[in-house]
Write a protein of this length. Structure first.
Length: 196
């Protein structure tokens, strides 16, 4: 079952941003509400049409989808995460079960007060806060940049020479750039994806 030309999603309006996971989709509206639909990784059940995700009661500023895990950054500065936590990609400790369908707050940590950007990879998450790179989740291929391939169940700050401003995640590589335009990369070098 496919649609080969763009069709309007009539159930939504005033869209601020959209996100795609492996089977789930999401949208953030200009009033800060989160809408989800598609596969059950975001809600625990399949949703053929967009539904307002009422479990998030705060206004959301940014929305981010990984393959099967999801993050919302609220206007009050909270980071909420839900979905798969198989490798610690929710940043809420390994004690959180593998599938969380209700968003929960990422524990407050010194240095995570000023989140600038969030990016979700296949099974990991990276964010920039106060110029530093923070990572959690599956560490295979060195994607977390921690110097090992071990998984990280809570956010860990990395020491990078420059003050970072943004980060992006692929399925097995991470790129971040600094305020002066320097680019940093870690993870798989296959197909030249790191640029060096």
């Amino acid at each position: 079952n496919t649609v080969s030309t763009p069709m309007k999603v009539k159930a939504l309006s005033n869209i601020k941003s959209v996100c795609c996971g492996t089977t789930a989709s999401g949208a953030l509206t200009s009033d800060g509400k989160v809408w989800v639909w598609g596969g059950g990784t975001a809600t625990g059940k399949e949703l053929p049409e967009p539904v307002c995700f009422s479990t998030i009661t705060e206004k959301v500023e940014t929305l981010h989808f990984g393959a099967t895990h999801f993050f919302a950054h609220t206007s009050s500065g909270k980071l909420l995460s839900w979905g798969s936590n198989t490798f610690g990609e929710l940043g809420r400790d390994a004690k959180v079960s593998n599938s969380q369908y209700t968003p929960g707050a990422v524990p407050e940590m010194k240095g995570l007060e000023k989140v600038a950007t969030v990016a979700c990879g296949r099974n990991y998450t990276a964010l920039v806060s106060d110029g530093k790179l923070w990572v959690c989740g599956k560490g295979s291929k060195g994607v977390l940049g921690t110097g090992s391939t071990s998984n990280q169940s809570s956010f860990m700050a990395l020491e990078v020479k420059d003050k970072l401003v943004s980060v992006a995640c692929g399925s097995t590589h991470t790129l971040a750039f600094s305020a002066d335009g320097a680019l940093y990369g870690c993870g798989s070098k296959d197909h030249g994806r790191l640029g060096f």
